[in-house]
Design a protein. Structure first.
Length: 149
């Protein structure tokens, strides 16, 4: 595992994971495909009230998993894609099939909620050194972050 992969997984996925707080938990399964990485063994282990799981390592607006395939709110996994940086030139190709809906720059990272209507699936993309200019049509979450619970 490369240093950047370890750093991003431990920063954005490991906090609050039921398996442990770092990649040495014994459950970490590096998923490396299409230019992004994530931990394939990640399970949300933090709740805000009964059945309201969150990804503790992600900022408000990007930390809730949504509904699961059965249509219930009690989803304990979520699709988080971690991208090395914009210089690597491998980051999501947003278009009419992969739509950037919400975005926010924070602490040197760009967070984007990407929706794929063709397959009815959402992702949270985290890109090191990314900027809002990469997603000009996405809503800037920082403008209304204080209204999000």
């Amino acid at each position: 595992m490369e240093k950047w992969q370890k750093k991003m997984i431990e920063e954005f996925q490991c906090p609050g994971c039921v398996a442990g707080g770092d990649i040495e938990c014994g459950e970490c399964k590096l998923k490396d495909e299409h230019g992004y990485v994530c931990c394939g063994g990640h399970v949300l282990g933090t709740m805000l009230g009964l059945g309201n799981n969150i990804a503790l390592g992600l900022p408000k607006g990007f930390n809730k998993p949504g509904i699961n395939d059965e249509g219930t709110r009690n989803k304990n996994t979520m699709d988080i894609r971690l991208w090395k940086d914009v210089k690597d030139a491998k980051f999501p190709m947003w278009d009419h099939l992969n739509i950037p809906v919400w975005a926010m720059e924070k602490d040197g990272y760009l967070f984007v909620r990407t929706y794929c209507p063709r397959i009815n699936r959402g992702y949270v993309d985290v890109i090191k050194d990314g900027t809002l200019a990469m997603v000009p049509n996405a809503l800037d979450v920082s403008k209304f972050i204080n209204t999000i619970d």
